[in-house]
Design a protein around this ligand. Structure first.
Ligand code: LLP
Length: 426
């Protein structure tokens, strides 16, 4: 059997030319030979192309896109979004330091997460971030005390848990009652009255993020209505809510998924906001995956082919430490050869060298390959490198960013010395 054709998520930035896969104006086989593998390759045009529909949707509105940098926190990637006018959604003091190192502005940073430490609060207050997205009543008290001790007032929003099912993988659902995130919507009014009574806090908004890889508008509309009902109740109780933050979560096409385009989704949400009289409010969003997921691929080399009675294995030099999503969420990523060799295809489980049966990157894939060939794992721009580890003492991959025919190395391959830095023999 020959390989069935696949659509290339990420087109038009990915193309096939003379039998080779290209990103923008650069041939990926050349990059694999030049920089070695595993290698993450990102397209700047693809990132800006993913941002454009958000910018189009919000044109003429008082709105700010905060890139949720946990999706991909490479400095070079942050720089692209900072230069395009984005703010950032962070979840740690480390991420704040990265934003500043990449040239981002602290006053366009919002700080999410259920477990902010006092030291992180202090760091963010000193830097002057735009807002703390607070996730519990206990955090309100601590943040107020920390702010007072620094002689500051902390701008806050409360993350509402609206109990809406985002219809996605359970590990990436965040807005259901059983999830650890946010304050239950029944308790939100009480939370705001409490926040407004604390001397170290200033209420500046409300926020909500219900999950990730969401592929329909319905859950967003349900969450939006619940948040707006709350805003009405909170304002009626005397606490103004200047901004509305609807989080991130919009899915991408990994394998025929059909999420709405960002502008189409927001046309619907903005129509609802307008209809309910909130269209002129300051609006904020926190997209991550939808800005970078299909802007990146991971290049890898086939090390061995291992035929078997039940399964054939294609063993590659990238593994679950580089691409953790299949092991963690049974996620699907297309895997395609960088150079078409034609000929018979065989069905393989594509696996890495890590000593775990969970170390698979793709199951039952038709490939026509030999040892030494290069493959691309597609849709690898989000939650791959940012979740990479050193398991099995594997150095983390190098990263390059392609801009037209230019190639920028934005992260060198991690060395053994990097990995062992700070360790001591007893
Ligand atoms: N805002 C908050 C508060 C979040 O927790 C997240 C993601 C985002 C925004 C961005 O969501 P996005 O637009 O990327 O869906 N590692 C998982 C995804 C975890 C998402 C965590 N929170 C994966 O690989 O599927």
């Amino acid at each position: 059997m020959t390989m069935p054709p696949i659509d290339l998520p990420g087109a038009p930035f990915l193309s096939q030319r003379q039998g080779h896969l290209w990103v923008e104006e650069v041939c990926l086989s050349t990059l694999a030979h030049q920089y070695g593998t595993p290698l993450f390759v990102y397209s700047k045009a693809a990132m800006l192309g993913a941002l454009a529909p958000y910018q189009k949707a919000f044109a003429g509105r008082d709105a700010q896109v905060h890139y949720a940098m946990k999706a991909n926190s490479a400095l070079g990637v942050l720089q692209v979004f900072a230069q395009a006018g984005c703010g950032f959604d962070i979840v740690s003091g480390g991420e704040l330091s990265r934003v500043l190192a990449a040239g981002g502005q602290a006053n366009k940073v919002i700080f999410s997460g259920v477990g902010k430490t006092r030291a992180e609060m202090r760091q963010a207050l000193e830097a002057g971030i735009a807002c703390f997205n607070v996730e519990s009543e206990a955090e309100l008290d601590v943040l107020s005390a920390v702010a007072l001790s620094c002689g500051k007032v902390a701008p806050v929003s409360i993350r509402v848990n609206p109990n809406v099912d985002p219809q996605t993988h359970p590990y990436i659902s965040t807005g259901l009652k059983g999830n650890k995130f946010g304050i239950a919507h029944e308790d939100t009014l009480r939370g705001y009255l409490h926040a407004a009574s604390l001397p170290g806090l200033k209420v500046v908004g409300i926020d909500c993020h219900i999950g990730s890889q969401i592929t329909s508008a319905g859950p967003y509309l349900d969450a939006l209505d619940k948040v707006l009902d709350l805003v009405e109740a909170i304002e009626a109780a005397g606490v103004p809510i200047p901004h509305l933050d609807f989080g991130g979560g919009l899915g991408i096409n990994y394998n025929g998924d059909t999420p709405p385009a960002a502008d189409a989704l927001w046309a619907q949400l903005l129509a609802r906001l307008d209809a309910r009289g909130f269209g002129k409010r300051r609006l904020m969003i926190e997209p991550g995956r939808s800005l970078v997921g299909n802007a990146g691929v991971c290049l890898t080399e086939v090390l061995y082919l291992k035929p078997g009675e039940q399964k054939n294995f294609c063993i590659i030099d990238a593994a679950m430490n580089d691409l953790p999503r299949p092991a963690m969420y049974q996620a699907f990523h297309h895997i395609v050869p960088l150079a078409q060799r034609g000929g018979e295809a065989t069905v393989y489980d594509v696996v890495g060298p890590v000593c775990e049966s969970g170390d698979w990157i793709g199951r039952d894939r038709w490939l026509s390959v030999q040892a030494g060939d290069h493959l691309a794992v597609l849709s690898a721009g989000a939650y791959c490198m940012s979740m990479a580890s050193n398991y099995n003492t594997r150095g983390r991959a190098a990263e390059v960013l392609v801009d037209g025919d230019k190639v920028h190395v934005i992260r060198e391959r991690e060395t053994l010395a990097d990995q062992m830095r700070g360790e001591r023999l007893i």
